[in-house]
Design a protein around this ligand. Structure first.
Ligand SMILES: Nc1ncnc2c1ncn2[C@@H]1O[C@H](COP(=O)(O)OP(=O)(O)OP(=O)(O)O)[C@@H](O)[C@H]1O
Ligand SMILES: [Mg+2]
Length: 634
């Protein structure tokens, strides 16, 4: 049985017992093996893999192409007949065998990073060990993830490559930063400068690396080199980004120029702890007045649960909830989000709603709400009950990841989707005790330039904004899976509908479930919504999503209304008999709003009363003939 070594950080390399593996002749085979190896924590449905790598082919042909590719891959790896094959293949699924005899550079890279984090928490620092595992991690990074590999016509695979690549790139930059900082602290300035330079090869605009290099040069006795580097950094930022170095970099320059840089343990940036300082956390009330107890809808919740489980396993997608006014769409979305959050401690459940009075004057409203919550704006909503205190804290803890994703991949969203000033204030409250961070300084620049009237950059085109929203959500979902709930879509403005269309088609392979609720007339309406171009209306967008995602529509108008009435009546102790329940159902047809309101009206009128033991019962004189006939009447 051979040993497989897979190197994916840099150009793809596969070796069996030390010899380059033969037979991995096409990029698609290499892509398939790399994907399975990196995503080895779960089974992959054959259809999903086929759609990922052969998206341009009809489903059957794609599945057949996958079958051939798997046969070639298994034979190239020597799997047939092997007692411990590298691939576990069934009729419906494929998974990389984590128990097989293999070595994978990205897995080792992650393990070294974890080890370093553990060491850095030790009270007595073991810098020698720190240094050796950090250096080993850096050596694994030979270049960008799967450098040069591409699968033609597969945007989903490209997205995966990009997101994973970004994760490892940020990972190695963090490791290099810590390495440089540790060596400077030991007085090894030449080494510290080397690691800072390596960061700049990967990310030329990383100001904290520029500062590390300046400090290491100055402390190593090369003061003029340090000053010259500041000048080079200033020119680069001005020419490429049109901005000045940030305050920290300028202050360092002044210190070096004036010969006032302290020798002992320079304050170079180190990794920031991801736990927010307790005093900076948002203050949250426990929510608004308590809502009536949620009842029934188990079947609908189970269907949504299946879609969520898929998303958590990396097969994200869309869920659609349709139903007439008062049918319980909002209640279902809220209950689902709450249960999902309780069941999955990592999940971020975020919510946005369209507004009947917003329209074109308030574009992208639900997505702005979602991104604002994600960017830590949770206090107002948390207090209003829209964001639970638990979810608000999770969003707050995700702030460093979200801030970095926004600054690096969604700069045009700052001040369009997320107010920059407020984000900056939160970022400062969060990060102040831990010292400055590159993205924080960059955010300051962005917020200020956007804030000055007439001086900001030109507004980004819609496709750019959509790509940035998608990219930021994808990046955040690498850290925490996302449940995005969008309510009242029937009132969506054109921009929201177009963004929904864009995002809704780019969720395969992500850990995002986008759950949308709307009244059914929205499926058929085709008003002239600005921003939708040729799409022709929200109805077409929703139909397109149904076409793309298949069985994802939960129709509350088809839900079991009788069961709802029974469950609602039984949510409190009662002696209400079959006759009352039948009459209630006949009047309301199981519409929750109407049923809740009618019961409330009976109580207020004294037609329903409680006996000494607290059981609800009919009073004499309950008259069904005087009830409004439909929900519109209550
Ligand atoms: N499963 C449920 N259990 C208990 N109460 C429910 C349930 N579903 C809905 N309700 C109650 O019924 C009322 C209407 O529900 P909801 O607001 O969710 O309807 P909707 O479909 O969102 O309506 P709209 O189209 O106007 O937004 C609310 O008072 C809600 O609390
Ligand atoms: Mg609603």
């Amino acid at each position: 049985m051979a040993h497989l070594a897979l190197r994916l950080l840099g150009h793809f390399q596969a070796a069996l017992d030390g010899e380059p593996a033969k037979g991995l002749t096409s990029d698609r085979l290499r892509a398939l093996l790399a994907y399975l190896a990196v995503e080895s924590g779960r089974e992959h449905a054959r259809e999903a893999l086929a759609a990922l790598l052969w998206p341009e082919q009809p489903d059957r042909e794609a599945v057949s192409a996958l079958r051939h590719a798997l046969a070639n891959l298994r034979s190239a790896l020597g799997d047939p007949g092997s007692p411990a094959p590298f691939l576990l293949v069934t009729r419906t699924t494929v998974q990389f065998n984590v128990a097989s005899d293999h070595w994978l550079d990205v897995a080792e890279f992650e393990a070294l990073k974890r080890l370093d984090r553990r060491l850095s928490y030790c009270t007595e620092r073991r810098e020698g060990e720190d240094l050796s595992c950090l250096t080993a991690a850096v050596e694994l990074y030979r270049g960008p993830f799967l450098h040069g590999l591409s699968v033609a016509h597969s945007p989903a695979f490209d997205d995966w490559l990009l997101l994973k690549g970004e994760e490892y790139r940020r990972g190695v930059l963090g490791v290099l930063g810590r390495l440089s900082s540790l060596q400077a602290a030991r007085g090894e300035y030449a080494e510290a400068a080397r690691w800072a330079r390596r960061q700049l090869e990967i990310e030329p605009f990383r100001e904290e690396a520029h500062r590390q290099l300046m400090a290491a040069l100055a402390l190593g006795g090369e003061r003029s080199g340090a000053l010259a580097h500041y000048e080079a950094c200033r020119r680069l930022l001005a020419e490429e980004l049109g901005c000045e170095p940030d305050d920290e970099t300028r202050a360092l320059f002044t210190q070096i120029r004036d010969g006032k840089l302290p020798r002992a343990r320079p304050s170079l940036p180190t990794e920031v702890s991801l736990a927010p300082p307790a005093e900076g956390r948002p203050h949250l009330s426990a929510g608004g007045p308590s809502a009536p107890r949620f009842v029934a809808r188990e079947e609908e919740l189970a269907r949504l649960g299946v879609l969520l489980d898929r998303a958590l396993a990396g097969r994200g997608g869309v869920a659609l909830i349709a139903g007439e006014a008062g049918s319980g769409k909002t209640a279902l979305l809220d209950e689902f989000a709450q249960r999902a959050g309780l069941g999955h401690p990592e999940l971020l459940a975020l919510r946005g709603s369209c507004n009947a009075h917003g329209g074109a004057g308030d574009p992208y409203l639900p997505f702005r709400e979602i991104l604002q919550t994600l960017a830590g704006d949770v206090e107002g909503k948390g207090a209003g009950g829209t964001v639970s205190p638990e979810q608000a804290l999770r969003a707050w803890e995700a702030l460093p990841a979200v801030g970095a994703a926004l600054v690096e991949h969604g700069p045009d969203l700052i001040d369009t989707f997320v107010p920059g000033e407020a984000l900056l204030r939160r970022a400062e409250a969060f990060l102040a005790p831990a010292g400055g961070r590159g993205w924080q300084a960059w955010l300051r620049e962005l917020a200020l330039s956007h804030g000055r009237p007439g001086e900001g950059t030109a507004p980004a085109a819609q496709p750019d904004l959509f790509a940035q929203v998608t990219r930021v959500l994808h990046l955040v979902s690498l850290r925490s899976p996302l449940l995005l709930a969008v309510d009242d879509l029937q009132w969506a403005d054109g921009g929201t509908a177009a963004l929904l269309f864009h995002l809704g088609r780019r969720l395969a392979g992500s850990r995002i479930l986008l759950a949308c609720a709307f009244r059914p007339e929205a499926l058929y309406q085709a008003p002239d919504l600005r921003g939708l171009g040729d799409l022709g209306g929200l109805g077409s967008v929703l139909q397109e999503l149904v076409r793309e995602w298949g069985e994802v529509l939960v129709d509350l108008d088809q839900a079991d209304g009788r069961a709802f009435v029974e469950a609602l009546v039984d949510s409190e102790p009662n002696r209400l008999g079959a006759g009352f329940r039948q009459a209630l159902y006949d009047h309301t047809e199981g519409n929750p709003l109407f049923t809740v309101e009618l019961l409330g009206r009976f109580e207020r009128q004294g037609a329903l009363v409680q006996d000494a033991a607290g059981h609800w019962m009919e009073a004499h004189g309950l008259n069904w003939d005087h009830c409004p006939a439909r929900v519109e009447a209550v």
